[in-house]
Design a binder for this molecule. Sequence first.
Ligand code: SF4
Ligand code: SF4
Length: 85
Amino acid sequence: MIESRCGIYCSECEYQKSMGCKGCMNIENPFWGKCKVKECCESKAINHCGECDEFPCELLKSFSYDEKEGDNGLRIVHCRMWAKK
Ligand code: SF4
Ligand code: SF4
């Protein structure tokens, strides 16, 4: 099941509880501000980045490989899996 635009598994995210986040697919904006990846995906009317012609773009990679908040490419792997289904 698709859980986010960028490939994060929101169901496994600690911020769901600590910040009361309902998950990427159920919110307009995340608690930390505006998400460029979410906005980009939704402007293209696609479910997640794995459905995008530009996948994996520099913006998505910059999120996924971010030193502090990144996951070393894991969300990109998830998008790839979702795109196969
Ligand atoms: S980083 Fe953006 S696209 Fe990814 S789960 Fe958070 S709000 Fe959604
Ligand atoms: S892969 Fe990049 S260009 Fe495509 S929807 Fe995601 S953020 Fe936007």
